[in-house]
Design a protein around this ligand. Structure first.
Ligand code: FRU
Length: 519
């Protein structure tokens, strides 16, 4: 650098320094980058989305050395589904995320479909050492050429490992580790370490049922059992299984929970996730459950599974906030689709029956700006209108005993989303028929119905999270849950609380709290 240039650089640096000091802020350039980032219409501000392009299922959810990994089905070339890779992000608190390079690329065995990841602490695979245990990813290979040729054996299972906590991955040279004898839909391996029997257990779906496999080294697998041909809902193909133990709250009893996503055939159309509560004896999963149970009654929570190795054995669930009926058509341009907020799963026994609750993780409170709590009383057959500036990025919360209310979020264009509790029918409705852009696909403009037959007699909580293009409703701490996408043409600005009964009711501890952006 010659002297005049050096001088110029010095003057520039000096003036920047002064101006920064004076204004007590970072140089403008940095500020611009931050504010421009992730501000497109409909971009969720506190839910995970990829920086760009198509995303579907969460994959490989594992916690290791202070880091929560989130891999996901990813097509880096377009905003519609295409040849699948595993995208990757990490988090220290499950609230703020850091984007990482793509972890797994398609290879000669096929595209990289959904699967899981484990920490191989005892180095059973031999990929690492006991001092540096490998992360092992277990996924489905989907061989397009096989499918196109009309064969049925195009889905096999493969593995890959990482010795640097997920930064780089090596595929196992002996892949695939499970071949295919001619089952068309044979995929989505979810693996855990069985502490009682000292072996790895894999849940795998095969069209209309679950298969359980085991292995001592993650490389050689033996089929143990099948479950489900005659159990549960069968309106579509079974996908993305997850099997794990859970304590029944307030007791020493432990049960096993099996999640099975299914598409189509969900109660409000398209994709949905059912669950079974039963026993696992090291070989077989069994249940005496006869009723079909759903983890979420909204249309937009699919392919959700839980974290492996989470601290304190917490069961943390994340789902893909979309539905195969219209996932490719939603009106976003740079990226497509988001994940649900991470939710803690818990098991309760209600009226002699097991119920799986799902409720936002505690850490979400880190980004919620608590406002004062109010008590709102609404006289019989009347309504209260509350203008609410931050509605599109907010948490609404209250306690009540009423079973006859309607909440309406609306904007100046007359677009509205309605949440209605009908006590007599014991049903809750989410109506998005006039919520904004709805005509991009025929099935989107729906009224979604959820039976709420076991709500407590007394007070219960209603909590709603709204994040620009999604709404998540948690009733009674996650006993009844609905998740749905929304695409309002402008922000919702009014909240109307309507009393559908003739006696006055009160909403206690009522709050609409702004939620901070995480990016
Ligand atoms: C579920 C699913 C999985 C499959 C993946 C492909 O949404 O269909 O069964 O592995 O998506 O992207």
């Amino acid at each position: 650098m010659n002297l005049p240039t050096r001088l110029l650089v010095f003057i520039l640096c000096f003036t920047t320094l002064i101006s920064c000091k004076n204004k007590d802020q970072k140089p403008e350039v940095a500020a611009t980058v931050k504010t421009d980032y992730y501000t497109e219409p409909y971009r969720p501000q506190f839910h995970f989305t990829p920086e760009e392009k198509w995303m579907n299922d969460p994959n490989g959810m594992v916690y290791h050395q202070g880091i929560y990994h989130l891999f996901y089905q990813y097509y880096p070339e377009d905003i519609v589904w295409g040849p699948m890779h595993w995208g990757h992000a990490t988090s220290k608190d499950l609230v703020h995320w850091e984007h990482k390079p793509i972890a797994l690329f398609p290879d000669r065995h096929g595209l990289i479909f959904s699967g899981s990841a484990v920490v191989d602490f005892a180095n059973t695979s031999g990929f690492g050492t006991e001092d540096n245990p490998p992360l092992v990813a277990i996924f489905t290979y989907h061989l397009m050429e096989g499918e196109k040729a009309g064969r049925k054996d195009f889905q096999t299972q493969g593995i890959a490992y990482s010795l640097d906590n997920g930064d780089t991955w090596t595929k196992y040279e002996g892949n695939p580790v499970i071949g295919n004898d001619g089952i068309k839909d044979f995929r989505d391996p979810k693996v855990f370490w069985d502490e009682v029997n000292h072996t790895w257990i894999m849940s795998l779906v095969a069209g209309d049922h679950l298969q359980l496999w085991n292995s001592d080294n993650l490389k050689e697998w033996t089929k143990l059992s099948e479950f489900g041909k005659d159990q549960g809902a069968h309106g579509g193909v079974w996908e993305c299984p997850d099997l794990f133990p859970l304590k029944v709250e307030g007791s020493e009893e432990e049960k096993w929970v099996l999640l099975i996503s299914m598409n189509p055939g969900a109660p409000n159309g398209g994709s949905g996730t059912q669950y079974f509560v039963g026993e696992f004896d090291g070989e077989k999963f069994t249940t005496d459950q006869t009723e079909v149970k759903w983890i979420d009654w909204g249309t937009d929570n699919y392919a959700g599974v839980t974290y492996d190795n989470a601290p304190k054995k917490e069961r943390i669930f994340i789902g893909w906030m979309s539905n195969w009926s219209y996932a490719r058509d939603t009106p976003t341009e740079k990226w497509r689709s988001a994940m649900t907020v991470p939710r803690t799963l818990s098991l309760r026994k209600i009226n002699g029956d097991y119920s799986l609750f799902n409720y936002p993780i505690k850490n979400l409170e880190l980004i919620i700006d608590e406002t004062d709590k109010k008590e709102i009383t609404v006289a019989g057959d009347s309504k209260e209108i509350l203008p609410s500036e931050n509605l599109n990025q907010s948490e609404m919360k209250f306690q009540t005993t009423t079973k006859d209310f309607q909440l309406k979020l609306s904007n100046s264009l007359g677009e509205e989303v309605l949440l209605t509790m009908f006590g007599e029918e014991k049903q809750f409705f989410l109506d998005r028929t006039n919520s904004g852009k709805v005509d991009f696909q025929d099935d989107f403009a729906s009224v979604q119905i959820m039976p709420v037959s076991d709500l407590p007699e007394g007070e219960y909580e209603v909590r709603v999270l709204i994040d620009h293009s999604s709404i998540e409703v948690f009733i009674n701490k996650g006993q009844y849950v609905m998740t749905a996408q929304l695409f309002p043409s402008e922000n919702y600005s009014d909240l109307t609380i309507e009393n559908l009964g003739d006696a006055a009711f009160a909403l206690e501890g009522f709050q609409v709290n702004a939620v901070k952006r995480i990016w």
